[in-house]
Structure formats: structure tokens, C-alpha cells
Design a protein around this ligand. Structure first.
Ligand code: NAI
Ligand code: MG
Length: 330
């Protein structure tokens, strides 16, 4: 098994080594290849994703990515590393599980999988000034991307024997783009026998229900921007950003990535929670490497650690204590 390891910026350097240690425990033959990306990389090399990083990812077929910082204003030549990786490697589906964890979650009984189309929508980066004072952003939805995305919905729905697949969209206003997304997803799901489980929500209603009745969701699938927002909102139920994993999932390459950013406010303090990175590694095991038993062991080790940590204020836990607590259980 090959893994390309890209810590990136900030706390990426603190949490990714923990996830790599856990994977080494579970996969003793794992070969890792270090690669560079992000803002510091751009400042050093003039590129936020050097060609060597793309080559290493393609050769490995799997990657673990920490986080990258982004400049708050446009910097000439700089392009977001993660957006570049998603587009260059065809990572067209972003998978974000949200579930209740003992101790740290504000509510029990939640277990959903959010799928976000990862390659187009409003994030194609086509913005221009129409005239002074009028800025335009284009939103692209294509049948072929929706079909590939919907094939992933089918795959995860089958894997977890889903009782419901909710499509969140805004087809009442965005008739063409959201309409194409909804209709294509419905067609693919119906072709695979999932018609009866498909459910639709306008995205604003879905947001309200994610707050009011999060346990009613099972598989939730949506377009890029909507998915970005809804999945961050939903990760509140998992216990926040330090607990939220994701997998960027392409046809032959997958890149696991904690949802959080580079957290400059806590970098170097030893307080970064490595669980999001650990759970991201578990997603690689479960969905990309098809090792559900190993993934379940990693999830169980996190759960065991949280139960033992118990009522003690979680904020007092350091990266090292959490890392030791989880990895010793593997
Ligand atoms: P952030 O996710 O880095 O931090 C938000 C808040 O959550 C901070 O208070 C931080 O300390 C806390 N936090 C995040 N991860 C944590 C962890 N593992 N353990 C404990 N606390 C944690 O988002 P923010 O502050 O908006 O952005 C900081 C930088 O990260 C920016 O340059 C931004 O562009 C970048 N970013 C990168 C992302 C990525 O690489 N995919 C995603 C989000 C932001
Ligand atoms: Mg986000």
C-alpha cells in the first residue's frame, strides 16, 4: 500500500504525523512518500501544488492532506492548493460523515454521510467584473459530473444499506443548474434500484432540518457550495472541526483531509486535536482501500479514548495525549 503524505501548513504538521502513525500500526507494509503543497510551499517555490506532488499522488493512488493557509486577498500566481488538487486529480466527490461521538457530541443518535459534488458548481473559479460595481460568478453543472457523483451516492448507499438518500438543491430558483443536478442524480439512483429511498429538500430547508432533526438524515447529497456549507454546519454534531474528517474521492485516487484549516491561532501550542485527521485516515481505509474492519478498529479506538477521557474538559487534552490514547488502542 502506498500513501502520499502532504502535511501542508500550520497544524497540518501536528495532526498528520499522528494519522500516519495510526495507519502504520494498522497496515505494517504501508509505504509513505512525503510531498509539499500550500501557502508556505508557494512562498518557497512559487507553486502551491508542485508538479512533483501531483506525480507522487498519482503514483501512490492515495494521499493524506493536512490543511493549507490561504492569503486573505488575491496574490498574483497563487491558487488554492486543495482546489487545484481536487480539479487536477478528478476528485469529484467529497465524503463527510457526521455522527454522534460519546462525551464530545452535543446530541446522540446522529449518523449521516454527506456527499458533496467536488469539481464544479460555483467553485469552478470563473468570476469576472461585468462592469464597474458588478461582479459575476458562473456556476457550472454538467451531466457527466453529476452521473459520476451519483454513482458514488449509489456506492455508499449500498455499503451502508441506507434507508434514505436526500438530494439538497434549489431547483425552484436555479431551474437549469440545480434541475440538471437533481434529475441526473434521480435517474442514476433509479437505474440502480434506489428510487424509493430518494428524497428531496430545498437546501435552505435542509439547513433548518440539520439543526432541528439531524437524526432524520442518512445519506445527504448536494452540489459543491451547498455541500461546503451544510457539511460544516453538520459537523457541529460530531463535536466541531477537530472531529470532522473528509475524503476527496476520485475514480482511482483518494485524498483524505480533515475538514479544518491550518488553525494559525493554536499552531505550536500542542492543542490541535488530531482526531479529525485520524478519522480521515479511517475513511481512506473504509472507502478507498476497502478495509472496513481496519477502519472500524480506528473508529473504535477513537470512541474508546473519548469514553475514557470522560467528563474531563476535552480542551485540556493535548495532541500528544489524544494521539497516545487512540494509537495505544489499536
Ligand atoms: P480553521 O479550521 O483553521 O480554524 C477555525 C477554528 O477552529 C480556530 O479557532 C482553530 O483553532 C479551531 N480548530 C481548527 N482545527 C482544530 C483542531 N484540529 N483542533 C482544535 N481546534 C481546531 O479555520 P480558519 O481559522 O477560518 O482558517 C485558518 C486558515 O486555514 C486560513 O488560511 C484558511 O484559508 C485555511 N483553511 C484551509 C482549509 C483547508 O486546508 N481545507 C479549510 C479551512 C480553512
Ligand atoms: Mg468548508
Amino acid at each position: 500500500m502506498q500513501l502520499c503524505v502532504i502535511p501542508g501548513d500550520g497544524i497540518g504538521h501536528e495532526v498528520i504525523p499522528v494519522a500516519v502513525s495510526a495507519l502504520r500500526r494498522l497496515l505494517p507494509g504501508l509505504q509513505t512518500h512525503a510531498a509539499d503543497a500550500g501557502w508556505e510551499c508557494f512562498q518557497r517555490s512559487g507553486s502551491s501544488v508542485p508538479e512533483a506532488t501531483l506525480e507522487s499522488l498519482r503514483a501512490s493512488g492515495a494521499g493524506l492532506f493536512g490543511a493549507v493557509s490561504s492569503p486573505a486577498r488575491k496574490v498574483a500566481g497563487y491558487r488554492s492548493a486543495i482546489l487545484t488538487l481536487r480539479q487536477q486529480l478528478g476528485l469529484n466527490c467529497n465524503l463527510r460523515p457526521v455522527r454522534s461521538w460519546p462525551v464530545i457530541s452535543p446530541r446522540s443518535g446522529i449518523d449521516m454521510l454527506i456527499l458533496r459534488e467536488n469539481s464544479e458548481g460555483l467553485y469552478v473559479g470563473r468570476e469576472h467584473m461585468e462592469s464597474e460595481g458588478i461582479a459575476i460568478a458562473e456556476r457550472q453543472i454538467s451531466r457527466v459530473a453529476c452521473e459520476q457523483f451519483a454513482a458514488r451516492i449509489v456506492e455508499v448507499a449500498e455499503q451502508r444499506s441506507a434507508h434514505r438518500v436526500t438530494l439538497a438543491h434549489k431547483a425552484n430558483v436555479l431551474l437549469l443548474t440545480c434541475g440538471l443536478f437533481r434529475d441526473t442524480c434521480r435517474q442514476v439512483l433509479a437505474a440502480h434500484g434506489w428510487e424509493a429511498q430518494v428524497d428531496e429538500r430545498l437546501v435552505d430547508v435542509a439547513a433548518l432540518q440539520l439543526v432541528e432533526s439531524p437524526e432524520s438524515f442518512d445519506v445527504l447529497a448536494t452540489t459543491n457550495l451547498f455541500g461546503d456549507i451544510l457539511s460544516d454546519l453538520a459537523c457541529y454534531w460530531s463535536g466541531g472541526l477537530g472531529m470532522a474528517p473528509s475524503l476527496n474521492w476520485g475514480q482511482s485516487i483518494a485524498l483524505a483531509e480533515p475538514v479544518h484549516g491550518s488553525a494559525p491561532d493554536i499552531v505550536g501550542t500542542g492543542r490541535a486535536n488530531p482526531i479529525a485527521a485520524l478519522l480521515s485516515a479511517a475513511l481512506l481505509l473504509r472507502y478507498h482501500w476497502q478495509q472496513p474492519e481496519l477502519a472500524a478498529r480506528l473508529d473504535a479506538a477513537v470512541e474508546g479514548f473519548l469514553v475514557e477521557a470522560g467528563a474531563v474538559d476535552f480542551a485540556d487534552r493535548t495532541t500528544e495525549i489524544i494521539a497516545d490514547g487512540v494509537i495505544s488502542r489499536l
